[in-house]
Design a protein. Structure first.
Lengths: 250, 251
C-alpha cells in the first residue's frame, strides 16, 4: 500500500485504487449502523443511534432518518455534517424535478443525481469525498417500492436488503440467510430489529438507541413516510422478544 | 368536497360595449371583422394592458375564525373565452391558500415556484408555513423579478396558529397590503371593492361568509366582460375546507 497516493482524491494508486474514497468508507465503518429491507407493501429502514447522552435535547428531529420528498426517505451512516449537505442537495434536486415536470422524481433518478454529485468529489476539484453512505427508500409509479444503497465513491445499487455502517458485513450475511421475498411490512420490521440486535455492540436494545421508519402506501394511494415514536418502538421491541417488558412497580 | 350552487340574481346589467364604440362607421366586407375586433386595443385611448389579457377576479374575506377565498373561472385571450374551469386558487397547505390573478402563464408558474419553496421549507423545518411567513415569501419572490416581473397579483389567505384568519394582497412586484376585512384583485377589482364594501360585515360565520363572498363575486364579475363563467369558492375553518362551484351568468 503506497502512502504516496493517499493525499489526493484525484490520483489513482498503482493498484488502481482511490485511497481517499476507501478511507471515507473506513470512516463510515465506525458510524452507527443502518439497515434497509424491502417488503411486499413497503420499505423499512432502521438505524442505530450512536449519540445517546442523557444531556441530549430530545426533539422531534432525527439523527439517522430523513425525508427527501413526499415519496422518498433515506437512512444515513457516516459523518453527519456531510450527510446534511447531501440531504439538502437531494431535497433541492427532487423539488427542481417536480417544478420542471410537475410530477414526483423517480427514485432511481434521484439516487443517480445525488451519486453524480458524490462522484464529482472523487474526480475533480481536489476536495475530499463525502464520508456518508445512504440507504434510500421510496416509491414511484413505474417501479413501485425500491431500496438503494450508495457510498462515497458515487456507486449505487438497488437492493432487496442492505446494511451500512458498523458491522455491516455481519448484518448483510444474516440478511442473506433470513431475507424472504414478498414478506409483509410487519415481518420485515421483525427481521430488521432482529438483525440490528444481533449486530449492535450494546447488549440490550432500547427504544432510545433505535430509529425505525417505514415507507408505504395509504389506502387512498398516497405515499406515507412514518417514523415510529419511542413508545411504539418499545412496544415493538417487547413484542419481538428483544427486550424484557418494564417491571411493574407496586 | 365540491358542491354546485346556483344563486338567484336580479336581471343582468348592460355590458360595457367597448367593441361597438371602436368599430368603423363603414363596414366594407367581413374579412375586416377579425381586424376590427382588435381595434379596441389599437385605439390609443384604450391601450391593451397585459394584466387584462386573460381576465380574472379574486377576492378573499375574513370571518369568525374562518376565511373565504373565491375566484372566477374564465380563461380568455382578450375577447375570446378559451376555458371555463381555470383554477386560480391553489392550496399551499391545509391552512394557507393563494389566489393569483393576472396573466395565466405567470399564475401557473408562480404557483409552481411557491410549491417548490414551501416543500423545501416543510422538509427543513418539519412544519407548515404560517400565512404571514408565506406572504413574505411571495413578496420576496416577486421583488426578485423587479425589472421583469411576474404579471400577477396574488391574494393570500390563511389561518394562523391560534385560528386567527389572515388575508393580504400585493401588487406584481411584491408590495404587501394587509387588511382586516377583505382583499380583491383582478380585472373586476373595482367592482369587487364596491361590492365587498357594501356587503361585508365583521365576524361572519362560515355559511354567512359563503353567501356574502359569493354574491360579491358574482355581482362584480357580471360588470366585467373579461371575468365570469361561474365562481370557485373555498371556505376554510379550523376543522374543514369546503370547496364550492358557483353557477352564475355563464358569459
Amino acid at each position: 500500500m503506497s502512502r504516496r497516493y493517499d493525499s489526493r482524491t484525484t490520483i489513482f494508486s498503482p493498484e488502481g485504487r482511490l485511497y481517499q474514497v476507501e478511507y471515507a468508507m473506513e470512516a463510515i465503518g465506525n458510524a452507527g449502523s443502518a439497515i434497509g429491507i424491502l417488503a411486499k407493501d413497503g420499505v423499512v429502514l432502521v438505524g442505530e443511534k450512536k449519540v445517546t447522552s442523557k444531556l441530549l435535547q430530545t426533539s422531534s428531529s432525527m439523527e439517522k432518518m430523513y425525508k427527501i420528498d413526499d415519496h422518498v426517505a433515506c437512512a444515513v451512516a457516516g459523518i453527519m455534517s456531510d450527510a446534511n449537505i447531501l440531504i439538502n442537495t437531494a431535497r433541492v434536486q427532487a423539488q427542481r424535478y417536480t417544478f420542471m415536470y410537475q410530477e414526483p422524481m423517480p427514485v432511481e433518478q434521484l439516487v443517480q443525481s445525488l451519486c453524480d454529485t458524490k462522484q464529482g468529489y472523487t474526480q475533480f476539484g481536489g476536495l475530499r469525498p463525502f464520508g456518508v453512505s445512504f440507504l434510500f427508500a421510496g416509491w414511484d409509479k413505474n417501479h413501485g417500492f425500491q431500496l438503494y444503497m450508495s457510498d462515497p465513491s458515487g456507486n449505487y445499487g438497488g437492493w432487496k436488503a442492505a446494511a451500512v455502517g458498523a458491522n455491516n458485513q455481519a448484518a448483510q450475511s444474516i440478511l442473506k440467510q433470513d431475507y424472504k421475498d414478498d414478506a409483509t411490512r410487519e415481518e420485515v420490521v421483525q427481521l430488521a430489529i432482529k438483525v440490528l440486535s444481533k449486530t449492535m455492540d450494546s447488549t440490550s436494545l432500547t427504544a432510545e438507541k433505535l430509529e425505525l421508519a417505514e415507507v408505504y402506501l395509504t389506502p387512498s394511494g398516497s405515499v406515507k413516510y412514518h417514523v415510529h415514536s419511542p413508545d411504539s418502538l418499545t412496544k415493538l421491541l417487547v413484542k419481538h422478544g428483544v427486550t424484557q417488558p418494564a417491571a411493574e412497580t407496586s | 368536497e365540491k358542491e354546485e350552487v346556483r344563486l338567484d340574481f336580479p336581471p343582468s346589467h348592460r355590458r360595457r360595449l367597448y367593441l361597438v364604440l371602436s368599430l368603423p362607421s363603414t363596414f366594407p366586407d367581413f374579412s375586416s371583422v377579425r381586424k376590427s375586433s382588435k381595434l379596441y386595443s389599437e385605439n390609443p385611448k384604450f391601450p391593451m394592458s397585459i394584466f387584462e389579457y386573460n381576465g380574472s377576479a379574486v377576492v378573499a374575506m375574513v370571518g369568525k375564525n374562518c376565511f373565504a377565498i373565491a375566484s372566477d373561472r374564465r380563461l380568455g385571450v382578450q375577447l375570446q373565452t378559451i376555458a371555463t374551469d381555470f383554477q386560480r386558487i391553489s392550496k399551499i397547505h391545509d391552512r394557507v391558500f393563494i389566489g393569483l390573478s393576472g396573466l395565466a402563464t405567470d399564475v401557473q408558474t408562480l404557483y409552481q415556484r411557491l410549491v417548490f419553496r414551501h416543500k423545501l421549507y416543510q422538509l427543513r423545518e418539519e412544519r407548515d408555513m404560517k400565512p404571514e411567513t408565506f406572504a413574505s415569501l411571495v413578496s420576496a419572490i416577486l421583488y426578485e423579478k423587479r425589472f421583469g416581473p411576474y404579471l400577477c397579483q396574488p391574494v393570500i389567505a390563511g389561518l394562523g396558529d391560534d385560528n386567527k384568519p389572515f388575508i393580504c394582497t400585493m401588487d406584481s412586484i411584491g408590495a404587501k397590503e394587509l387588511a382586516k376585512d377583505f382583499v380583491v384583485s383582478g380585472t373586476a377589482s373595482e367592482s369587487l371593492y364596491g361590492a365587498c364594501e357594501a356587503m361585508y360585515k365583521p365576524d361572519m360565520e362560515a355559511e354567512e361568509l359563503f353567501e356574502t363572498i359569493s354574491q360579491a363575486l358574482l355581482s362584480s364579475v357580471d360588470r366585467d366582460c373579461l371575468s365570469g363563467w361561474g365562481g370557485h369558492v373555498y371556505i376554510v375553518t379550523p376543522t374543514e375546507i369546503k370547496e364550492r362551484i358557483l353557477k352564475g351568468r355563464m358569459d
